[in-house]
Design a protein around this ligand. Structure first.
Ligand code: ADP
Ligand code: ZN
Ligand code: ZN
Length: 742
């Protein structure tokens, strides 16, 4: 006999409240998580509908008091059912409680006392408004407040009430007056508003042959009822977005809806406007700055059919579209598609599952596909579509590698090589623009030799050792520890140490070398304000600066036609993260950065400065050779049993008691050995950050080629923890195929 947990209402606040019912034998085949059922409820056994959110073999309550499920709602593929199935998928594949999973897919409607913002906009056409203004000005003693307001509204679409009354000093009586006359509109808004546009005719781009072929292939499959996952591997600037939009239009014309995921960092005005100008107010945007209430409202709009396209970061995947036809994941390789909170789901896999539930198509796109996606495309699980050329026929940038070891030999300790300085001077002369790129992730201290480029690595793991304050070097994968050395074991040089660099230092150096150059810096410090990114990028786009210095923020999706030189100041920093992704991340960052150069009419040059010019990630990205990179990287992953060749289950145990965290981790490791003697276990060892806010953290890694085997281990641990009486002061959570070292 099976027993089902059922929620009777998705009115959000009561998600936790489930009721247990008996699954009658004759229904056992039909009852699954997410399925909508009819149950007898309460004293009078009123027939009501509910959703199954959990199934188990042992009842939690007295069986004598349990009632059986009456029947299964067969044809109702309500959107709620889909989302609950999706939650069950998250719980099963990534580890969490059902409640955590439900809260991930169904936004909670919080009762917030949100302040309503009042906004003023024109209620008449621009032409009429101009006439109104002229008429107003002909009147003697006309209200200057009205004049200021009307003038302002000729320039902007929407004006904040606050702004109008305070900054423009328009008396509220003036505003109400114009409102009464029907000239303006005053609205109280809480929801995130789409930027209104004065209907500018959006220029419709004609797809080139390569783009056309890509779009036609997908549309033909859709028309003949084939639902697949496509990977568009298109070089930077190949016009992937135009291909997406072409297929989107096709799907929308069929009366279906579309979800577009883009990395948060690329959710810029530029990108968003491209979707608006093509699809107008059928588009809505989600972003992480929205309050839960605003997010909830956007989801309500989607449910009610108000919009057809949702653009946003990974959480947009749970938009409750009833007739979802297409999911697009742009920059598919981005680490931000993996959730860092429980359940730690990956948007790519979750999207494919959601598409399967809804009968939708999935398009993944990237200039530098993840190893996961590309290997699936190789095996035929995804369909590979390649765009080899830039959309407007521009050449890819020419790439030069500068060996920083040679620079050091020549006595140049600056972050700027001779060659880079030379080209910068040339570009500044020609009034062309320059981007200098420094990898922020590299600020962590790995140990390398500045004379020979040697990076000190763990003998067991082939990842860089990290220098610790206590004078040791440690491996964050296996826990290997050794004393820090003062002399390079490879060449005997004493120029060995942890490499540190910063955008600020770089800015100083540029200003020193070119005192008259106008320099903008974009990093976490300079972009604190709400629109910090936007301001810096538009200033650079308007050529208000000659040089833009930044972290990886500046390599994402921006199209600056006047940039003809890109300098990657320290290419190998990301190469030495103690993480098996480091080669992949480096290749991606270098390729994307190189792709920023030469997007306009002038050809571009990219300079890659590195201590490891022979490293395969550097060599292949300089040659724009994705396949060459892939072949070497996948061989390395296979050899060491890293994803996608194998799967890794990370388990973290934390506690305020160091001893208890350690004991509990040992207990779990032993349990795993008993449950499945075949899998490879690494650890327990201290987490990457072994102690955080006085909580001690231990991790165990379990490796196996079979994902489901790792799921079973997770389930065994879950049931063990449920019964366990000891170590209640420890917390355990899971991370499948972690994207960062735990
Ligand atoms: P990707 O996302 O592949 O890097 P985008 O879609 O951003 O490329 O396109 C790069 C630039 O090329 C954009 O400015 C876009 O408007 C332009 N573009 C794309 N396709 C075409 C085309 N068929 N004809 C002209 N311009 C195009
Ligand atoms: Zn050395
Ligand atoms: Zn190691």
């Amino acid at each position: 006999m099976k027993y089902a947990d059922i929620i009777i209402d998705i009115s959000h606040e009561r998600l936790d409240k489930t009721f247990e019912y008996i699954v009658p034998d004759e229904l056992e085949n039909q009852v699954a998580e997410g399925v909508q059922v009819v149950i007898p409820f309460g004293q009078g056994n009123r027939a009501i509908t509910g959703y199954v959110v959990g199934l188990h073999d042992k009842p939690e309550f007295d069986v004598a008091k349990l009632k059986p499920i009456a029947r299964v709602m067969r044809d109702s593929i309500a959107i709620e059912s889909q989302l609950i199935s999706l939650a069950a998928f998250l719980k099963r594949n990534y580890g969490s409680t059902m409640n955590q999973a439900l809260k991930t897919v169904i936004p909670i409607k919080k009762k917030e006392n949100e302040k309503l913002k009042k906004e003023i906009s024109l209620n008449i056409s621009l032409e009429q408004a101009k006439i109104e203004l002229t008429e107003l000005l002909t009147k003697k003693n006309h209200a200057v407040g009205k004049e200021r307001l009307l003038k302002e509204l000729l320039d902007v679409d929407v004006l904040d009430w606050e702004l109008a009354t305070k900054k423009l000093q328009v008396p509220s009586g003036n505003i109400r007056d114009l409102e009464k006359k029907g000239i303006i509109r005053v609205e109280s808004v809480r929801t995130f508003r789409n930027p209104h546009m004065h209907k500018s005719e959006s220029k419709h781009i004609v797809l080139n042959d390569e783009q056309e072929a890509a779009a036609e292939r997908i549309k033909a499959d859709i028309d003949t009822g084939r639902r697949k996952t496509y990977l568009i591997h298109g070089v930077t600037g190949s016009g992937k977005t135009e291909v997406y939009m072409d297929v989107m239009e096709h799907v929308i014309n069929m009366g279906q809806q579309v979800i577009v995921l883009i990395p948060e960092i690329a959710l810029t005005y530029q990108t968003v406007m491209r979707f608006y100008s093509r699809f107008g107010d059928r588009v809505s945007i989600l972003n992480s700055r929205m309050s839960p209430g605003e997010r909830f409202d956007q989801f309500e709009r989607a449910k009610s059919g108000d919009i057809s396209i949702m653009v946003g970061p990974r959480s947009a995947l749970f938009t409750p579209f009833a007739n979802l036809g297409l999911i697009i994941i742009d920059e598919e390789h981005e680490p931000s598609y993996k959730s860092e909170v429980i359940p730690r789901y990956h948007a790519r896999e979750t999207a494919v599952y959601r598409a399967h539930l809804s009968g939708a198509t999935v398009i993944l796109g990237s200039a530098t596909p993840s190893l996961e996606a590309y290997s699936r495309a190789q095996s035929g699980e995804y369909e590979l579509i390649t765009l080899n050329n830039r959309a407007k026929g521009q050449d890819m940038a020419a790439v030069e590698i500068v060996d920083l070891r040679e620079e050091l030999k020549r006595g140049n300790r600056s972050m700027l090589s001779h060659r880079l300085l030379e080209l910068m001077a040339d570009r500044l002369n020609k009034k062309q623009q320059i981007m200098l790129f420094l990898n922020r992730r590299g600020l962590m201290g790995f140990v390398s030799c500045r004379a020979c480029g040697k990076v000190l690595k763990c003998p067991h793991c082939d990842v860089a050792l990290h220098l610790h304050k206590d004078g040791t070097m440690k491996c964050h994968y296996c826990g290997f520890t050794t004393r820090a050395t003062k002399i390079c074991p490879s060449c005997g040089s004493k120029y060995i140490g942890s490499f540190k660099a910063g955008t600020q230092r770089l800015e100083e150096m540029v200003k020193e070398a070119f005192p008259s150059a106008r320099v903008l810096r974009m990093d976490a410090d300079t972009t604190k304000g709400k629109d910090g990114h936007e301001e810096i990028l538009s200033a650079f786009a308007a050529h208000e600066a000659d040089v833009l210095i930044g972290t990886q923020m500046i390599v994402k999706g921006h199209d600056f036609a006047n940039v003809t030189l890109v300098g990657i100041v320290a290419a190998d920093i990301s190469l030495n993260e103690s993480d098996y992704h480091s080669g992949e991340r480096t290749f991606q960052l270098l390729t994307q950065a190189v792709g920023r150069a030469g997007r306009g009419s002038e050809p571009g040059v990219a300079i890659i400065q590195t201590y490891q010019p022979e490293n395969y990630a550097v060599v292949t990205s300089a040659a724009q050779d994705y396949n060459g990179f892939y072949e070497q990287e996948i061989a390395y992953r296979g050899l060491l049993g890293y994803p996608p060749c194998s799967h890794i289950l990370g388990i973290q145990v934390s506690s305020e008691s160091e001893r208890d965290a350690a004991s509990q981790a040992d207990i779990l490791a032993n349990l795993i050995r008993k449950v499945d003697p075949q899998v490879i276990i690494m650890g327990p060892q201290d987490a990457y950050i072994g102690k955080l806010k006085d909580v001690f953290r231990r991790v165990i890694y379990v490796k196996d080629q079979d994902y489901d085997r790792l799921v079973k281990i997770k389930d065994s641990i879950d049931s063990f923890l449920l019964e366990q009486k000891q170590y209640r002061n420890t917390t355990t959570w899971f991370d499948f195929d972690p994207i960062n070292t735990l």
